[in-house]
Design a protein around this ligand. Structure first.
Ligand SMILES: CC(C)(COP(=O)(O)OP(=O)(O)OC[C@H]1O[C@@H](n2cnc3c(N)ncnc32)[C@H](O)[C@@H]1OP(=O)(O)O)[C@@H](O)C(=O)NCCC(=O)NCCS
Length: 377
């Protein structure tokens, strides 16, 4: 067995996948062979989910059936609703609440207990989890704000229905399409940390709810999904500061601060998702206030020129969501709502021809010790 140490698994190939292809040098991302730019412009989130879970884009009849099956699963069981309410009243963090709710969903899933090799049951479970996460998140947010939850509507698509449940108003086409694009862009991204976490969990033949619950916990950290919330906090700091954005970021680097939304383990150039979200952020700015987009582009220009650091997906999702009046503390849960599609797809892939994932660590602690009597320690 090779003893070469690969700390943090950087660059290590551990699996074969036919889900997403990433070219970090060219800044290219494809889901099942379709370029992300093409999907973002020409496919809905539901079409992308179908593509990830079933391998091909749906035809019109398949899409209609899939959209209707997703819409049918939006409602939460009363017991799950009570859990959502209790978590909101306990002032739980939104990501932690989402993690607990997904874990709870397994108790009410008619396919709970299905074997890992029952692919049809696992697709149904994945559909329920993905359909119910927005309902739980919107209800949680409204209850925390002292409002009553809004029941899902089956005549709206996944993206528009979430904004409707969050705000109690049907969104206009620009908001609904922008949000749908954001969901498409976040749906999958190779073996990122949270997806790896889901895959490791699934490799023990644990169930899908366990895998998605583990993935939500992994996504919550500031080096992964948590970065989008940090970005808007930074833009707000810039806005409150006397300095211009360029000076602000220069000083932040001088204090050895990490700039959220920049850098990536896989991309050496601008993340293709950041390009598309940057366009959306600009469009929203042109219809309202340009300053959030302007701060962002100034910071991007400075960091590219001075540090060779390019923005990742979290950088422009932040100003996009902010301009859509989405509460900042649910940016990362929204990432989870979308990435659930990828987690489910990777778990299905892992279950097919599964082998336990079990790396090793090199032991560097003391050796050959013997246990002294308690009174001698
Ligand atoms: C994403 C991230 C964790 C990748 O990290 P990584 O591949 O382990 O890269 P490293 O942490 O080893 O960083 C490499 C170098 O770039 C610098 N760097 C990387 N990201 C940076 C950032 N956002 N701001 C400032 N410097 C950064 C590091 O300081 C390091 O410089 P050094 O070699 O002079 O010490 C890292 O870029 C980061 O922390 N980004 C901010 C958080 C973020 O946006 N996360 C979302 C990712 S989608």
């Amino acid at each position: 067995m090779a003893d070469e140490l690969k700390k943090s698994l950087e660059g290590v190939l551990v699996a074969e996948s036919s889900l997403s292809y990433i070219d970090g040098d060219e800044g290219r991302l494809c889901y099942r062979g379709y370029d992300i730019d093409d999907l973002a412009r020409n496919a809905s989130f539901e079409e992308v989910l179908y593509l990830l879970w079933h391998g091909e884009l749906p035809d019109a009849r398949e899409l209609e059936a899939f959209e209707s099956a997703m819409a049918d699963e939006r409602r939460l069981d009363d017991c799950v609703h009570r859990v959502v309410r209790d978590l909101a009243k306990a002032d739980e963090e939104p990501m932690a609440a989402l993690r607990s709710v997904v874990s709870t969903l397994s108790a009410y899933d008619p396919d709970a207990g299905a074997d890992a090799d029952d692919e049809a049951a696992n697709v149904r479970k994945g559909r329920r989890i993905t359909a119910k996460m927005p309902t739980a998140l919107a209800a949680f947010t409204r209850i925390q704000n002292g409002d009553d939850p809004v029941a899902p509507r089956s005549d709206l698509d996944h993206a528009a229905n979430f904004l409707y449940m969050l705000n109690g108003e049907v969104p206009d086409d620009v908001l609904a399409e922008t949000f749908d694009t954001a969901l498409v862009l976040h749906a999958d991204h190779g073996l990122n940390a949270s997806t790896f976490s889901a895959t490791v969990t699934a490799s023990t033949l644990a169930d899908l709810h366990s895998a998605v619950t583990a993935a939500i916990g992994t996504l919550s950290g500031s080096l992964h999904g948590g970065a989008n919330q940090d970005v808007i906090e930074m833009l707000k700091e810039v806005d409150d500061s006397e300095k211009d954005a360029r000076e602000w970021v220069k000083d932040a680097l001088a204090e050895s601060r990490r700039v959220p939304g920049f850098g990536h383990r896989v991309y050496d150039v601008k993340d293709p998702r950041a390009k598309i979200l940057g366009e959306r952020s600009k469009t929203l700015g042109e219809a309202g206030e340009m300053r959030w987009y302007d701060y962002s582009t100034t910071i991007e220009k400075f960091l590219v020129e001075e540090k060779g650091l390019a923005p990742n997906v979290d950088f422009y999702s932040a100003s996009t969501y902010y301009q859509m009046d989405i509460p900042v503390d649910i940016y990362t849960p929204i990432f989870a709502m979308s990435r659930a599609g990828g987690w489910v797809a990777h778990v299905l892939e892992q279950y097919t021809g599964n082998r336990l994932i079990r790396p090793r660590s090199r032991y560097v602690g003391p050796t050959d010790r013997s246990v002294p009597p308690l009174e001698d320690r």
